[in-house]
Design a protein around this ligand. Structure first.
Ligand SMILES: NC(=O)C1=CN([C@@H]2O[C@H](COP(=O)(O)OP(=O)(O)OC[C@H]3O[C@@H](n4cnc5c(N)ncnc54)[C@H](OP(=O)(O)O)[C@@H]3O)[C@@H](O)[C@H]2O)C=CC1
Ligand SMILES: N[C@@H](CC(=O)OP(=O)(O)O)C(=O)O
Length: 432
């Protein structure tokens, strides 16, 4: 069984978490006890909201639900404390059939019973299946994702996309909560948000996501920073969707080409690591990135060999820089769960594994339920400053799981409203 017990019991939560958990109370038993155990917390900046009268979770839809990423959404959303899948969308080839009858299910857990009987709808926002939906998760094929996602946002839905189509739009964030949570503010500048309350948030290309999370501690360290990244990927077969590559192509083989992947890593990473300024939009990070992408004979989990030139090396030796990189990773705070209290967030977003032969996709991809990126082999580089290996699950943190984290962050930030569900903003305003 590859899934962890996914939703957290309380250990230590922030006030922000507490607000969300309390606002969602009544929805999930262990979240109620999570909130109860924090009743002694001092009333703070955000304050405590009254118990919500709402007893439902936020209704959500998954588009592309029959595909590789769509199935991950369905799997990861089972029993979600805040979200309830009420609609599943796919092409006209699948529409009209019950999900369990139509999907070629390839996950290691059974089809969730709460979704098995849902009738697949076409991806048309006027379809009655989507009437009550507030959040739309998109695992649509990028040949058609762009227009469909726009049409859902135009009907007031919050769209969280895996597809590449909108990633470089000037008002759409490529959001990775442990790296650039502040970018979610870009949503408020989307005209469709101002007019109808709908918006689009994308996640990154899966290799780019693992790299951004793995390198965030270095990038954000005032003593380090990054000037140059040279990365070679070893990408899993599942990244090509299902059925993807034929066995004849990938067995006993490495394919040193994944269409457009290198360009995406080189451009998306600059937007992700850059700044969002409401007056100027996205200001890209000043980093040189060179990517070489390879498909390897691994089912899930993208591994990457990275060489770095740091920005602030000063007089330090490369050994000292390598040690500082390790410490930056070890000290990097738990952001998804610790800072924001996102229920899908792992204990740690990024970890350092000191074993000489890690990370390895088969051993490390499911850490933190597939939400944690593992970094290892940090050592001096003869050409740049340091080199390392990192690994992240391409269809969990790199795809469906990443979108779910993004939607959870949007709820915490008050961007997704739902009747009876107080948000951080609403509860703060109520106290003014
Ligand atoms: N696999 C990965 O690791 C990652 C994938 N992505 C992105 O996520 C998206 C999905 O990828 P993946 O799951 O691998 O792709 P799949 O090919 O496995 O699934 C595609 C989905 O899109 C649906 N679809 C296709 N055509 C239409 C249409 N005309 N109208 C409505 N629905 C349609 C399919 O429905 P039907 O079954 O009815 O044909 C299916 O549900 C892509 O944009 C991809 O680039 C992003 C990051 C990582
Ligand atoms: N190209 C990635 C998966 C993918 O679909 O990426 P993107 O979302 O950037 O198109 C891979 O093959 O592993």
């Amino acid at each position: 069984m590859e899934q962890r017990g996914r939703f957290p019991t309380n250990k230590c939560i922030s006030r922000r978490q507490e607000v969300v958990v309390r606002s969602m109370n009544g929805r999930h038993a262990h979240h109620r006890s999570w909130a109860r155990s924090r009743r002694t917390v001092q009333r703070g900046v955000i304050g405590l909201v009254a118990r919500s009268s709402a007893s439902e979770r936020i209704p959500v839809a998954v588009l592309g639900a029959t595909g590789s990423v769509g199935q991950r959404f369905v799997q990861l959303l089972e029993g979600h404390p805040w979200f309830q899948v009420v609609a599943l969308g796919a092409s006209s080839r699948s529409a009209g059939r019950k999900y369990a009858e139509q999907v070629a299910w390839k996950q290691a857990t059974p089809i969730p019973t709460e979704m098995a009987g849902i009738e697949i709808a076409e991806c048309d926002p006027s379809h009655p299946a989507y009437r009550d939906v507030r959040i739309v998760f998109s695992g649509l094929d990028n040949q058609i994702a762009g227009e469909i996602e726009t049409s859902f946002a135009q009907t007031g839905k919050a769209v969280f996309s895996n597809a590449k189509n909108h990633r470089m739009d000037p008002d759409v964030p490529i959001l990775i909560p442990p790296v650039n949570a502040a970018h979610i503010e870009a949503v408020r500048g989307q005209s469709v948000y101002q007019q109808r309350g709908g918006f689009i948030v994308t996640n990154a290309n899966c290799s780019t996501t693992a790299m951004a999370i793995g390198l965030a501690p270095v990038w954000k360290s005032a003593d380090l920073g990054i000037e140059t990244i040279v990365v070679s990927t070893m990408q899993a077969i599942s990244g090509a969707g299902y059925p993807g590559l034929s066995g004849m192509d990938i067995l006993d083989n490495v394919i040193p080409y994944i269409g457009a992947e290198e360009g995406k890593m080189e451009t998306e990473s600059l937007k992700i690591l850059g700044e969002y300024q409401p007056s100027r939009g996205f200001v890209p990070a000043e980093i040189n990135v060179s990517a070489m992408c390879n498909r390897v004979h691994v089912l899930d989990g993208h591994t990457e060999a990275v060489s770095l030139k740091v920005r602030n090396r000063g007089n330090r030796s490369k050994e000292q820089v390598a040690q500082m990189v390790i410490e930056a990773i070890q000290e990097y705070p738990s952001i998804s769960r610790g800072v924001f209290g996102l229920p899908s967030g792992p204990e740690r977003d990024v970890v350092f594994n000191q074993a000489p032969d890690r990370p390895q996709p088969r051993l490390d991809r499911n850490l933190g339920g597939g939400f944690t990126v593992t970094v290892g082999r940090v050592r001096p580089c003869n050409v740049l400053d340091v080199k390392l290996a990192l690994c992240g699950h391409n269809t969990i943190v790199g795809a469906a799981g990443g979108s779910i984290l993004n939607a959870e962050l949007a709820v915490v930030k008050g961007l997704v409203s739902s009747a009876g569900i107080p948000t951080v903003e609403a509860s703060t305003a109520a106290r003014r």
